[in-house]
Design a protein around this ligand. Structure first.
Ligand code: G4P
Length: 524
């Protein structure tokens, strides 16, 4: 029996993990999948990363630099819930990829290294979550090692993120004596993730807790817990959903502590698929008609297939295999003949998917980032962002005979979101823009490996790029006419103003008050 849309939506939790590199994101992902039955043995996510590296040439970059370029999605079940975990690249040069992925989640797990606290990348990613009102559950990892004092960690989160904390568990022991977690709201303990259930206790002074601690730490633990109860805020779900408070869990992903606490928390109070804002109305997750948007395109995931997969987040209704969907940007119908679900090890055909689910739709370039799919309704989802590139380059081609091929290849790379592409109005060669320099390496590697196009990059005359608009189309035309040499069009044909430096931008912005210059554009 297929489940009703309402039940399916209520069960789903779609989330991402945000962390500074090395905090333990991969290890935690692995354990989540392990306990969710999606993989048999810990170590497979890493193994998969390695295997994927050998899959196609351009991923050599990833192998060489030990970073994850690939964003992927993993689905697993635990208890009554279906979890969709969207992975994000760790390296900040791929920040725009991460931001797009965060547009497709309903909550995030923030992993913190217990010894290092809030690190720069955690802070940055947290800020993106805050902008998008994404509720955050905190997992303080590596409690099995030398860690900061628990109160200190909570204080640092509050101070650096301006976010209230509510410790939900308290570590029993620390470093070498770390031996379990004490659940404050229910007064129960769990020795480690091998224990499926928590054991209720009378309080921190119970024999069961004492049995987990060396004699000389027992008293201090009881005192700490009492202080925690007095000094810390209790969990308030509304404040959590509004992004004002984060529940905090302690554990060790490597040694299997606290991971079950975390999964249970996501199931118990992380939000189910949210209602999604479109241009003309808000779409409710439980509406019967299917709607979805594309937040990521990935080409050649498997060179045997030479395929291009659009990652689509379902926002409402039921996405069924074989159904026809309308691609709102073009008005054309497309058949969803082989939508796919992803697991750690494999992908399988998806027969039906509901709000919160992410499916891969193989296509040959029909779908772009930001596209909306519906059962016919003319709505466009907003909010998959496009960031003004910080590095602008012209592509220099060794063999001028291949100019047409290069144009096509760049167009495809831009549609995938690997780079942004700008065609100058004056007919000069295209300019590519990226947020991080490593994206240029990926572009170069892929143009060579997949299209046989060896290229170099030349510094462009411009360093700043802004989308331009005006309330009055005539005024916009006037600006464009008088700056022809500094105007280019993006993939959608929207105009951008290119400046040699920030000073030039400010100068024009001062003179042309009716023109808006923006650094972020929502795909549509
Ligand atoms: P990342 O994806 O956030 O970059 O981190 P990853 O999981 O790869 O973990 C980074 C390092 O921290 C790894 O060690 C990993 O084993 C270790 N680690 C993760 N969680 C814990 C934990 O709870 N306790 C302890 N003590 N260590 C943890 P590595 O030596 O860099 O890699 P590996 O050779 O062990 O795979």
């Amino acid at each position: 029996m297929t489940e009703t849309i309402k039940d399916a939506v209520a069960r789903r939790r779609t989330f991402a993990i945000i962390a500074h590199p090395d905090a333990g994101k991969t290890t935690l992902t692995e354990k989540l999948l392990l306990f969710g039955g999606a993989i048999q043995l810990a170590g497979e996510v890493k193994a998969k990363k390695d295997r994927m590296n050998t899959r196609s040439d351009w991923m050599k970059i990833e192998r060489e630099r030990g970073i994850s370029v690939v964003t992927s999605v993993m689905t697993f079940e635990y208890g009554d819930n279906v979890f969709n975990l969207l992975d994000t690249p760790g390296h900040e040069d791929f920040a725009d990829d991460t931001y797009r992925t965060l547009s497709a989640v309903d909550s995030a797990v923030m992993v913190i290294d217990a010894a290092k606290g809030i690190e720069p990348r955690t802070l940055k990613l947290f800020e993106v979550c805050r902008l998008r009102d994404i509720p955050i559950v905190t997992f303080v990892n590596k409690m099995d090692r030398e860690a900061r004092n628990t109160f200190e960690i909570l204080d640092e989160i509050e101070a650096k993120l301006a976010l209230d904390t509510a410790p939900m568990t308290w570590p029993v022991g620390q470093g070498r004596t770390f031996s379990g977690t004490y659940h404050l709201p229910t007064n129960s303990v769990r020795k480690g993730d091998d224990e499926m259930e928590r054991t209720p206790v009378n309080g921190p002074d119970s024999n069961r807790v004492a049995g987990l601690l060396p004699l000389n730490e027992q008293e201090a633990f009881i005192e700490e817990l009492e202080l925690a109860r007095e000094a810390c805020k209790p969990f308030d779900r509304q404040a959590f959903l509004e992004g004002h408070l984060t529940p905090v869990y302690f554990g060790s992903a490597l040694r299997n502590f606290g991971v079950r606490d975390l999964i249970e928390a996501l199931g118990a109070f992380a939000p189910p698929p949210r209602d999604q804002e479109a241009d003309s109305r808000v779409v409710h997750a439980t509406e019967p008609e299917m709607s979805a948007f594309v937040f990521k395109i990935q080409a050649n995931m498997d060179p045997n297939h030479r395929d291009r997969i659009a990652f689509v987040r379902v926002c409402s209704g039921e996405l069924k295999r074989g159904m026809k969907a309308k691609l709102v940007r073009t008005g054309k119908q497309m058949s969803l003949t082989a939508p796919q679900f992803f697991f750690a090890r494999s992908r399988i055909t998806a027969d039906e998917a509901y709000a919160g689910d992410v499916v891969g739709i193989p296509n040959h370039g029909t779908l772009r980032i930001g596209d909306t799919l519906t059962e016919g309704e003319e709505i466009l989802f907003r909010g998959v962002p496009n960031f003004a590139p910080e590095i602008l380059r012209r592509v220099r081609l060794g063999d001028p005979m291949k100019a047409k091929k290069l144009k096509e290849a760049l167009q495809q790379m831009a549609e995938e979101g690997v780079v942004q592409l700008f065609q100058p109005e004056d007919g000069s060669p295209a300019i590519v823009g990226v947020v991080g320099a490593l994206q240029l390496d990926v572009l170069k590697e892929r143009l060579a490996a997949e299209y046989g196009l060896p290229v170099d990059f030349e510094i462009a005359r411009f360093t700043v790029c802004r989308w331009i608009d005006a309330d009055s189309p005539a005024e916009l035309d006037r600006f464009i006419d008088s700056h022809r040499g500094d105007i280019a069009r993006d993939l959608d044909g929207d105009p951008v103003f290119l400046a040699q430096h920030g000073f030039g931008l400010n100068y024009e912005a001062d003179r042309w008050k009716q023109i808006t210059f923006t650094a972020i554009k929502d795909y549509q």
